[in-house]
Design a protein around this ligand. Structure first.
Ligand SMILES: C[S@@+](CC[C@H](N)C(=O)[O-])C[C@H]1O[C@@H](n2cnc3c(N)ncnc32)[C@H](O)[C@@H]1O
Length: 334
């Protein structure tokens, strides 16, 4: 696991509140994702739940760490029969979310607060989304436990967290920036160092290319096309780690100046889920089973394995990583 959380390192007794304060300050300065008037397509996260929710009425939906509301308002617009709530640490982000909701004629209730504290809304929720946020919490297990308390027993929690095998390149770049300028608030200086690296890589791309194994080159090409398609369909919003950035905007700051973030591998994400009292209902993204990756000679032993071992094998067999997208249920829920 990668982590730069002060709390994970047990720096001092105030480490958790320092983490939360630093995260809040960052998102007050750089509300995320700040995509303008467009919305995120919520389908990638909520469509997989269609069968489970069919026939359920009066659905109450909470977006925990809703940021600028590009997902939350997308949900409220696509599911007008749901009652939608959003909570976030950053008031600047919530202000953007409120404007976005008005622009799209969508009803959302927004409150500032931490999902590590008692939630600022009464009642329980059928669906809670925690997308791109639990990995920034000062204490991810406590955050999930707190959200669990506000989830109905037959409810679902959708969680997206970083996958280390996808984000390795980002952390490598971030570490290089740290070597030259460790102060995360010196955004312009870090951006200069980043630009120098990217300019160098662009200038010497041919030299770099001939040194790389063919399989790696083919896989990079496939990923490039896949990401282009996903972006054009609106299913991916975050620019690549080596994209051309005109200025250190919110996505760049989120990538390279984050004061508290973690990235997981399958065993760590499963431990997090279990420690918080959840079970995996469905594993999407990183760790998801792909039968074509499993060597024929491994059957029938493979089919006898517990899910956790299959998911880890899927991670180990894949060429490159992805983010985690999990649908969770309360442990022991029927
Ligand atoms: C990367 S942004 C993701 C925004 C949104 N979920 C999305 O996917 O577009 C992370 C958000 O989580 C919020 N956040 C982090 N820790 C939080 C906490 N303890 N309580 C509430 N919000 C939190 C941040 O303020 C930030 O807006």
């Amino acid at each position: 696991m990668y982590s730069n959380s002060r709390n994970d390192r047990g720096a001092n007794s105030n480490a958790a509140s320092q983490d939360e304060q630093a995260v809040r300050e960052m998102y007050e300065r750089a509300p995320y994702p700040g995509l303008g008037s467009g919305l995120k397509d919520p389908g990638i996260f909520i469509d997989p739940l269609k069968p489970e929710l069919s026939g359920r009425t009066g659905i109450r939906f909470l977006d925990a760490g809703c940021g600028t509301g590009h997902f939350l308002v997308g949900v409220a617009k696509a599911r007008r029969d749901w009652t939608c709530f959003g909570v976030d640490l950053s008031q600047a982000s919530l202000d953007v979310a409120a404007q976005l909701a008005t622009l799209h004629g969508a009803a959302v209730m927004l409150k500032r607060g931490s999902y590590l504290d008692p939630l600022p809304f009464e009642g329980q929720f059928d669906v809670i989304a925690a997308i791109g946020t639990i990995h920034h919490a000062s204490d991810p297990v406590a955050a999930l436990k707190n959200l669990r308390a506000s989830l109905r027993d037959d409810g679902y929690l959708i969680m997206h967290v970083y996958g280390l095998r996808l984000d390795r390149e980002k952390f490598d770049i971030k570490e290089m920036l740290d070597i030259f300028e460790p102060d995360l608030n010196k955004v312009e200086r870090r951006f200069e160092i980043y630009n120098a690296l990217i300019a160098h890589r662009r200038k010497h791309w041919l030299k770099t290319l001939v040194r790389r194994p063919l399989i790696d080159i083919v896989q990079s090409g496939i990923n490039w096309v896949r990401n282009l398609l996903r972006r054009s369909r609106g299913t991916v919003w975050s620019p690549g780690f080596t994209a051309r950035f005109d200025k250190p905007d919110a996505p760049w700051i989120d990538h390279f100046c984050h004061p508290c973030e973690r990235a997981y591998e399958v065993p760590e994400v499963l431990a997090l889920v279990q420690d918080a009292g959840f079970a995996v209902h469905r594993m999407l993204g990183q760790g998801q089973e792909y039968p074509q990756l499993v060597p024929g000679g491994w059957q029938p032993d493979y089919s006898q394995l517990p899910d956790a071992a299959k998911w880890r094998l899927s991670e180990l067999l894949a060429f490159r990583g992805a983010s985690f997208r999990l649908i969770l249920r309360k442990n022991g829920a029927a």
